[in-house]
Design a binder for this molecule. Structure first.
Ligand code: PLP
Length: 399
């Protein structure tokens, strides 16, 4: 009998057996942890936040959310919804007015009726549901590396395999590299444009190359478009793979566009068969996105232009890029609010981040988003004064 089987029998009790050691065995809390949870390593991000706790008033370039607050009109709409009694479960798929409005908007943008929308517990919720609905044990998903860290861990959680394909040094979409990584088990191609952590935005030609590849190899595309309002080299809209390829699950949300990261409202559209499975899974996991915030999204957020935020962050992008490109090897980002410079010669990303932290600037090492430790991520969603101060310090640290 295996150790675990014995433990199961004697769970929490002393047993009179001849083997004293086994007889007194009790499960420690760690013994309850699943292999699934153990397979997820959160140490990279945790180390950074542990360091941040010890810093006094750091120049914080690590925050992955806008530096402005939820717009007043959206707050009022949420308060009104709470006062009006919209505090209960909604339909799992989300409230009808929000779904209908988003269906109209997305259909107009993608040039076809996108079908039923699912309101998710922000984009993280949509990602988990899309991956749970499609990935079987051993199925593979191609991620463009560096990647938003959640993709890899969600694949691990469902028993799938994340297959990172490098986009260094230019962070462009390299169809030839991706094609080489496709195997008979490849089911998903996960795209994220504008990208976290590089800020890269896929051009129309790159999106065409991605959808051609997906069609050729029967891949489902999951397109994480959470930073879609933050485009700096065009006035949008984003050229989504959903425009060209119906086997695309598009995920968007209000977290970044309206600074609603704590409110958990996102949405998904895609093939009916997949959206309906995601809806079923939402019923047994998130249940629904929070009711008052769904009302705030449809009664206020959706009609608020995001042009001012886009202009502000475009200016910040230019300032950061102009300052850092004098000293660092760095690509000019086209969107989101991140930039991903290479650490100075002779230093790993982690070594440079340690130096930056010693000098009170908090940045994230690139190996949190990558198998490589060569770069670091800056979020410039902060004040112009902090940007100037922080960039000045980082440039000074280059030998
Ligand atoms: N996708 C990307 C690329 C992100 O950067 C983030 C958050 O940082 C998310 C998804 C999750 O966002 P949400 O707050 O909508 O769950």
């Amino acid at each position: 009998m295996g150790r675990l089987a014995v433990v199961r029998i004697c769970r929490g009790r002393r047993l009179a057996t001849s083997n004293r050691q086994l007889a007194t065995f009790m499960r420690s809390p760690e013994d309850y942890i699943s292999k699934r949870a153990q397979g997820v390593d959160a140490s990279g991000i945790r180390k950074v936040f542990d360091l941040a706790v010890k810093m006094k008033d750091p120049i914080n370039f690590s925050i992955g959310q806008p530096d402005y607050d939820v717009p007043e009109a959206v707050k009022i709409a949420a308060i009104d919804a709470i006062r009006a009694g919209n505090n209960r479960y909604t339909q799992t798929q989300g409230i009808a007015p929000l779904r209908e409005r988003l269906r109209k908007e997305m259909s107009r943008e993608l040039g076809r009726d996108v079908g039923e929308m699912l309101i998710t517990s922000a984009v993280s919720g949509g990602l988990l549901l899309a991956i749970m609905a499609t990935v079987d044990f051993g199925d593979e998903a191609i991620l463009i590396e560096p990647y938003f860290v959640m993709y890899k861990h969600l694949m691990t959680l469902v028993g799938g395999k994340a297959v990172p394909v490098e986009s260094y040094p230019d962070f462009r979409f390299h169809a030839d590299r991706i094609e080489k990584a496709i195997t008979p088990r490849t089911k998903l191609l996960i795209l994220n444009s504008p990208n976290n952590p590089t800020g890269a935005v896929m051009s129309e030609a790159e999106v065409r190359a991605a959808t051609d590849l997906a069609r050729q190899h029967n891949l489902l595309i999951i397109s994480d478009e959470i930073y879609e309002p933050f485009l700096y080299d065009s006035n949008g809209p984003l050229f989504s793979p959903g425009k060209l390829y119906e086997n695309t699950v598009v995920l968007r949300g209000f977290s970044k566009s309206h600074a609603m990261t704590g409110w958990r409202v996102g949405y998904a559209c895609g093939p009916e068969a997949i959206i309906s499975q995601m809806t079923k899974l939402q019923q047994y996991t998130f249940v629904c996105s929070p009711a008052p915030f769904q009302y705030a999204a449809v009664n206020a957020a959706i009609d608020l232009p995001t042009t001012q935020a886009r202009e502000d962050y475009r200016r910040k992008r230019d300032r950061v890029y102009d300052a850092l490109s004098k000293k660092f090897e760095v690509e000019k980002p086209g969107g989101a609010f991140y930039i991903f410079p290479k650490a100075p010669k002779g230093m790993t990303g982690t070594q440079f981040v340690a130096k930056a932290i010693e000098n009170n600037v908090l940045v994230i090492p690139g190996n949190v988003f990558s198998e490589r430790d060569t770069h670091f991520r800056i979020s410039y969603a902060t004040t112009d004064a902090k940007i100037a101060q922080g960039c000045e310090i980082l440039c000074r640290l280059v030998p």
